[in-house]
Design a protein around this ligand. Sequence first.
Ligand SMILES: [Fe+2]
Length: 341
Amino acid sequence: MNTIANDYLPPAEGPSCWTGPELAGSGSWIIELEDAERAAIMAALDATEGREALELKADDFELGAFNDKLRGMAHDVAFGTGFAMLRTGLGELGEEQARRLIWGLGQHMGVPQIQDASNTLLHDIRDTGADIEKQHNIRTYQTNLAQPFHNDGGDIFALFCRRQSSNGGQSQIVSAHAVFNEILNRRPDLAKVLSEPFYFDARGQNLPGKPWYQALPIFQNYGGRWFVMYKRHYIDYAQRSDEIPRLTEKQIEALDLMDALCADPAFHLAFEMSPGDMVVGNNFTTLHARSAYKDMGPTTGDKRHMLRLWLGVPGGVALPPAFEETREFGPLFQTTERIAI
Ligand SMILES: [Fe+2]
């Protein structure tokens, strides 16, 4: 048997492989809105005043020529660099306006996906004061803790900043493909380990009838593409149960290398989000993180507030069959047409 051939892992290739300093230098990921585009959004917000965001379809949130630009941006994120930030300049929106804005823009970019066991399509990201160590169904986005590098669900996520914190809450994004290639270069043995299953805690969000954990490789190759699935903290949480095999030393070494590369400024891009900014990222080729933050005060009106969509992109890439069982990507199999391999 030729074990070398069986163990061969191809590197990731294409525009999804980049480093933070390269992106920072080009600035190509920042899309500033033109005045006419901003005016089109404001007109759509005025036209939908008083309506519930989730009832709106693309036709209800008509943006003229900007419709196509949004569709193009979603396509680039799904198939290209995997990351963009739209600076709308609309930083003074009320809560209902912000909900209609992200939902309305999202209608032109893709199909909203359910994000949790209660079928929520549009999530508020705010510190709820919940204790993640004491409640097994609490997730990091419901706290002000640092959020380690991870991916969300759907082909792409969209995160709109309505209000920032008084300090902290810096964002970071990394190309998982560039990280994988570096691991493959330095330690091919650990790249192999990362392409074998790890146990993730589903944090109470498992699909109906599915166990509280998911077993998936961190990197899997399907149809010639590498797909990432990573949440180190959820892998560590899963170790709370004796049902789950203990992590091996080699697995821990692989996870530590992965974390070190993600945290390395030579790989990630760090950026600040201001009110009115919307970040759109690819969940198969990038990972993102956020530093801990402090709110201006205890009331809802003082708190950092982000709104989040998970979107399926019609004609999105064919997905590894193992993703059908996951809460992050399972709904994509039902809601969006995929391209053939
Ligand atoms: Fe996230």
